[in-house]
Write a protein that binds this ligand. Structure first.
Ligand SMILES: Cc1cc2nc3c(=O)[nH]c(=O)nc-3n(C[C@H](O)[C@H](O)[C@H](O)COP(=O)(O)O)c2cc1C
Length: 194
């Protein structure tokens, strides 16, 4: 029993979760939104991997622990460059990503109708919704920025709290030592508290 507890204490946080932020943007609004979302992911304690739909590969999807999808609304649909990512990923990845936590953000000129088809595709991949979608008008400003940062933080919090971790990678040598050092400091501080 003791061993199990120690294993849990030592292993918790030994992995840095990776969140894929995949988006597309012709005019820059969605790119800017993706950067704020990435800020939220980093604040939440995970590694953001930011790629456009045409850059991202099925391997990027399979090796991440959560996904945040960002699209502009083009003609009431998601951007073609983002759809391209999903199309390429379907056969190689669909059976490996069931249950992956996801979130969505949309930038639009009108009401952000594209949200419907992004959510539909995420459901086909059997991703699990981990945060409310964020829809913003054109370039993110003011409150929008906070919402996007919070979106990144919220999804990261869910990813860190649940057991979905197909992409977990062990820390490299010096990072692992650092982690052990910090964990021992924390254990010592608990001892002095009681
Ligand atoms: C080709 C094109 C089609 C668009 N169609 C819509 C639309 O149907 N509904 C809407 O709300 N906004 C529409 N917009 C506005 C964009 O969704 C909005 O400006 C978005 O922030 C652009 O994102 P981007 O700068 O990342 O490309 C359209 C923009 C473009 C360029």
């Amino acid at each position: 029993m003791k061993l199990i507890v120690w294993d849990h204490v030592l292993r918790r946080g030994a992995y840095m979760k990776k969140i894929l932020i995949v988006y597309y943007s012709l005019g820059g609004n969605t790119k800017s939104a993706a950067e704020y979302v990435a800020e939220g992911v980093a604040k939440g304690g995970a590694e953001p991997v930011v790629k456009t739909g045409t850059e991202a590969t099925p391997e990027d999807l399979v090796s991440c622990d959560g996904i945040i999808v960002g699209s502009p609304d083009y003609f009431g649909y998601m951007a073609g460059g983002l759809k391209d990512f999903f199309d390429r990923s379907w056969f190689p990845a669909r059976e490996k990503v069931n249950g992956m936590p996801y979130a969505v953000f949309i930038t639009c000129g009108g009401n952000g109708e594209a949200i419907g088809n992004v959510v539909k595709i995420c459901r086909r991949f059997k991703f699990i919704k981990a945060a409310q979608p964020v829809i913003i008008k054109r370039k993110p400003m003011g409150r929008d920025i906070e919402k996007l940062i919070t979106l990144g933080q919220t999804l990261t919090g869910k990813v860190n709290a649940n057991n979905y971790h197909p992409g977990e990678k062990p820390l490299s040598g010096h990072k692992y030592l650092n982690f052990l050092h910090n964990r021992l400091k924390w254990l010592r501080s608990i001892r002095y508290r009681f």
